[in-house]
Design a protein around this ligand. Sequence first.
Ligand code: GCO
Ligand code: MG
Length: 405
Amino acid sequence: MKITNVKVFVNCPDRNFVTVKIETDEGLFGLGDATLNGRELAVVAYLKEHIKPCLIGKDAHQIEDTWQYLYKGAYWRRGPITMTSIAGIDMALWDLKGKAAGMPVYQLLGGTSRSKIRVYGHANGQTISETLENLGRLIKEGYTAVRLQCAIPGLEGTYGTLGDKKDYLEMQSSRPLPPEQPWDTNKYLNFIPTLFKKAREEYGEEIQLLHDVHSRLTPIEASRLAKELEPYHLLFLEDPVPAENQSNYKIIRQHSTTPLAVGEVFNSIWDAKELIENHSIDYIRTAATHAGGITGLRKIIDFAGLHQIRTAPHGPPDISPIGHAAHAHLNIWANNFGIQEFVGFGGEKMATVFTHPLAYAEGHLYLNDLPGLGVSFNEQEAEKYPYKRSYLPVSRLEDGTLWDW
Ligand code: GCO
Ligand code: MG
């Protein structure tokens, strides 16, 4: 099965998505997700200018060798642009292999370890009572785990909250340039424990709770937060500090038993190596779309499994249905799967462009048994929604100092 063409699409059915389509001489094609929020066109250029010419005529069944060729062979290894580009190709090749075999990708990985995929949802709000109302709604919808984010009084546009926007999709279209948001660590640290205290008072112990710090604290500040949240028994505290210094997670560990999760910005197993080896974390959140696809993430999953670390793949709206499907196949296969982040299936426009193999019921995702990844992409519909430049916000302190995202 020879590769005859590599097509790259960039469309905005409410969100920008980069979609890779690999065509073959046998008439089969495969689809991959290469979406990198806010840097989409850099990935498109990498794929079109630097990867496509090398793949024409190659054997589409050679997934591992193609991965190594694009990783080691490029000399310039790793980094988000490269690894997201490799991810798009890698997923498309797995999709193709599954279609050629007449099997879903999870069968090629080794079959299933479970029948359904547990997810956590997002409850956010401008006030504690609004956040807790949304928590109550998700519990009614069957969620057994929910991430809580709440606007910090005095800080407009706190991470994870929507402000005056109705959903994540509307938020995306409002950012043609990076908006600036204020940050104040003291206000944040003084406020967050109250949110969790009230959540426990109102909803009891059964619902599992999570929180995303978005890498804005120092190790000792994060230790204070992790410690103060101990009575509320989080499933995990996400990204308490930036992870360039992997050893910083050891400091938090020494102070608290709150489980820790990190990894959504990681691009390879090397970003997670010390964290995993030292057991400084409990959940690894790296996404297939940003870390070399199924081949890249599978290496991380297996390595984490050796150290009793479970997976909690990043599941934001800025990964396409193809990327979410790739996670579903890995989640249903991996023995050390933990939980999947899930924020819904997107809006109406997305549904006309992509169909996906997933269904939600009672706090879980179910994956059907279509061959390959099980996603379809409607090129004519996608053409109706051209790329729109869009950015994530930046954070600044009151005096103007640029802060961590
Ligand atoms: C999460 C994330 C997202 C990211 C976004 C960046 O935990 O889901 O932190 O909200 O910020 O996906 O592109
Ligand atoms: Mg996050």
